[in-house]
Ligand binder design. Sequence first.
Ligand code: AMP
Length: 565
Amino acid sequence: MHTFQDLGLSPLIIKSVSELGFETPTPIQEKAIPVLLSGTTDFVGLAQTGTGKTAAFGLPLLQLIEVEQRFPQALIVCPTRELCLQITNDIKHYKKHIAGVAIEPVYGGASITMQMRNLKKGVQIVVATPGRLIDLIERKAIDLEKVKYVVLDEADEMLNMGFRDDIDFVLQNTINRESIWLFSATMPPEVRAIAKNYMTTPKEVTVGKKNSGNVNINHRYYITSALHRYETLKRLIDFNPGMYGIIFTRTKADAQEISELLSKSGYDIEALHGDLTQQQRDKVMGRFRNKTLQLLIATDVAARGIDVDGITHVINYELPDDMEVYTHRSGRTARAGKTGICVSICHSRELYKIKQLEKMINAPFQRMEIPNGQEVVRKQFFHFMDKLASADISQGNYEAFLPDLMRKFENISKEEVLQRIAALEFDQFVRYYENAEDLNIKNEPRSKGDSNNKSYSNNARNSHRQSYHNDNGYTRLFINLGTKDGFYKASFLQFILDESNLRKDVLGKIDMREMNTWVEVDSKDAGKMIKSLDGKKYNKRVIRMNEADGGYKKSSTSNKRGARN
Ligand code: AMP
């Protein structure tokens, strides 16, 4: 095993690293740092979050940049604002003993003028999300000419989010770069294409098995009907009283609705979504991080970049459409050598997805029975009794009450006392689960059946979607604007969001062509989006926006929109 000294890092960098408590390099650091320190070798690192990859590229960058030159020399591009801030924060720690290094995070959703001002002051390292970066390039607020090192972090994630054109643009515009360092959890063909198109004989390093997930994650799935998804979630939470977990939903609306329902029922849960202000978001994350909040529910977009230790469970309220998203979700647990459980609530028609996942991450998935009411009560009961048996009584002067207590209970046996405590604590819970129905689906695969139920509003809403709505909760919209109008995906998405005053987590996939674009928008918000854009003008051209698949094709009117629902 190597030390940080062996890898060729300077004493000042090693000093800050050891102050952070890093004793030995992680495998990705061991493999990447000596290569990256050369500065001129293109690099592909297959590593998931949690492997120490930020330091793997951050430390060599700090050693390579010329501190006295105050222009961008290193550009780190990453998919989300959270990750952008996290990388910046990590590198700030690493540069603690190196004077004169300036690093600037640039990301959407924050004041661009402030970011432009900071860039003007002269920084050597820029950490950017693609959309904002393109915006800054277009405004000539950032000079990429002298960038020597381009880091693409979570490249697969950026491509998943539709940033391919933006990445191409960035790579085409960093003409004097000396190397590209690409990090990705998985290696789909699109990522491979970047390596092929822009890199020269890259050094490829894999941490762990290729395409394999973390071996410390136990993958489980439960099969239920769409109607019972929410109840299954609730039951699984009840069955795991020590759970400290993140629940993933596909849409913001689901995250909000489930969070509200569970909160009302007394669960310690909060939703993380794009509508929160940064302050609210930090507050939720703070509570979750210090474990005063037990459960977090979020969409993939909102939860990106979150790095919290000790998460016991990741729950997929629904399986993600994109199988690689599964790897990212499950990677929130089992960090730093700990074990964790990734639970998926599935529909019987999704079994093929489980098979695909098993192949993709090369790990078995365990089919589990959804526990029945009695099992849940028993589990909760003993969890409570264990807590009772091990309660710390040293803090209060309880002994002082003992004589009176003994007198009060002199005719009651220990058995009865325990039962009374149980009754006080559990009566309501027992009643709730008394006639709990079996949520398992026994005969799979089932065909159409469950989508006709209406009990849980979300599922009802989703399952009653008309033909031109995708199953995933999005409506695909057509718009007569494309790259010919000077748009890139990110700048286009920003444009339609600004026009419609919607948040970015309403957006799904985007398919941009020269003349036209198709974009998925949360079905709930599709009408608002159309209303905000259809008929408006862009560069003297009348914008036409309508539902793409089925529905009305011509320019929309409010009448037609009304008729849809
Ligand atoms: P990352 O994969 O960059 O998100 O890093 C995951 C976590 O590991 C972060 O909390 C880092 O601070 C921590 N870390 C990175 N390198 C080391 C190391 N060599 N030893 C111990 N912890 C580390």
